[in-house]
Write a protein that binds this ligand. Structure first.
Ligand code: S3P
Length: 425
């Protein structure tokens, strides 16, 4: 129950973030694809988050060897049929992505596995993956929540899946089973992040994507690969917020995959002055983002952009409190089943620091407010994205804020304070 005081930023002219750690979603998938690939893969700038470490530990229990040196990781792939049964349960920690994507892979092995998680993960819905995977031939104990108990199975059936939720984790769990099924067809309701599809394409699989439709043919093998993992836009978002409100901020080498850049589109609609330069592509597209202090206005946010910005909504809510008028976010009910109920926790914590918010069943309304000048005590609710959003709020305040339970920041971005220590009072 540690609480820490986050101090305001000093008077500074500009911040540049040169070495943003690799994207968390891409890092999970890089470990998964390299582990079942046919040989040695070199992964540069892998995320050092607890979530990604949990995915790597699980593969080591399944007999995959790897060598880690800082942010560089070498994985010695075992081939798609080379994983071995673990003699212990497989612990996913706080990571929904680990649990859901691993269920897809493990549901097609000839051995059993049990996936467990921490208190928060144990309350998050797993039927959304168990039910479709079982429908396509898997044998997973039918339960609402984890532990996920997976029985041995090697039946190669065709998959025809029309998910009822717009979730990249659900889509990816089924697509990963598609490594072993003859043919896989998925049609999403809205397009969600497409990193899994990009990995299939770059490791030799026959995959075709047309809008929200995906066709995958069973790959004979997953080719080994080397890659640079671009910076995580969900982490860059906290620096970009400082850029729009305080002083110009540049974040280099950020992943600009268009299924992830809805955050930038939303900010531009709000009037943000944002510049993107030095674009490169290698698996994924990436470049440098500069955000300048801007006069922002409130807007309505809803519809098919929601899955694209789902992890950025807490920081968007904070930014919205600096924008004129009001911002209304709707159609974001999925927030209620993230690491915390993020509709409740965002509104509750923003209110504590003086921001006028109204909780709605599937979203929230944020009105322009003056952020509290007092040293308020806030709470992360053990949710990394709430802790990170509150840290930015504290840095933008006059006296700083106290935050309870900030250790959860390690879930996605353990290096966050290292980047900003030199700029705070
Ligand atoms: C993720 C997908 C999103 C996101 C999560 C990471 C992924 O979840 O919130 O942080 O890597 O596929 P859903 O797809 O379930 O919304």
């Amino acid at each position: 129950m540690k609480k820490i005081l986050i101090k305001p930023l000093k008077k500074i002219k500009k911040i540049t973030i040169n070495n943003l750690p690799g994207d968390k979603s891409i890092s999970h998938r890089a470990i998964i694809f390299s582990s079942v690939s046919s040989g040695k893969c070199i992964l540069e700038n892998i995320s050092q988050s607890e979530d990604v470490k949990n995915t790597l530990k699980i593969f080591s229990r399944l007999s995959v060897k790897s060598e880690n040196s800082g942010r560089n990781l070498i994985v010695y792939g075992k081939g798609k049929k080379g994983l071995k049964e673990s003699d212990t349960e497989l612990y996913c920690g706080n990571s929904g992505t680990t649990m859901r994507l691993m269920t897809g892979i493990l549901s097609a092995q000839n051995f059993s596995s049990v996936l467990t998680g921490d208190e928060s993960l144990s309350k998050r819905p797993m039927k959304r993956i168990i039910e479709p995977l079982n429908r396509f031939g898997a044998d997973i104990y039918n339960s609402e929540y984890s532990p996920v108990k997976i029985m041995p199975n090697r039946i190669n059936e065709n998959i025809y899946f029309l998910p009822s939720v717009a979730s990249a984790q659900v889509k990816s769990a089924v697509l990963l089973r598609g490594i072993y099924a003859d043919n896989t067809f998925i049609k999403e309701i809205y397009q969600t992040r497409n990193h899994t599809e990009i990995f299939f394409k770059n490791t030799g699989s026959d995959i075709k994507v047309k809008g929200t439709e995906i066709y995958l043919k069973k790959p004979d093998e997953i080719n080994c690969f080397n890659m640079f993992i671009p910076g995580d836009i969900s982490s860059a978002a906290y620096f970009i917020a400082i850029g729009l409100i305080y002083c110009p901020v540049t974040v280099k080498n950020v992943c600009l995959n268009e299924t992830r850049t809805g955050f930038i589109d939303i900010l531009k609609k709000m009037g943000a002055d944002i510049e993107i330069k030095n674009i490169s592509q290698e698996f994924e597209i990436y470049g440098d983002i500069t955000a300048y202090p801007s006069e922002l206005k409130g807007i309505k946010i809803n519809g098919d952009i929601i899955p694209n910005i789902i992890d950025e909504i807490p920081i968007i809510a904070l930014i919205a409190s600096f924008a004129s008028g009001e911002t209304e976010i709707s159609g974001a009910g999925e927030l209620r089943i993230k690491e915390s109920d993020r509709i409740k926790t965002v509104c509750c914590e923003l209110k504590k620091i003086g921001i006028n918010t109204e909780e709605k069943s599937d979203g929230m309304i944020i009105k322009k407010s003056e952020i509290s000048k007092e040293k308020v005590l806030t709470e992360s609710h053990n949710d990394h994205r709430i802790a990170l959003m509150l840290s930015v709020a504290a840095m933008l305040s006059e006296s700083g804020y106290e935050i309870k339970n900030t250790e959860c920041i390690n879930t996605s971005f353990p290096e966050f304070f290292d980047f900003l220590n030199e700029y705070t009072l």
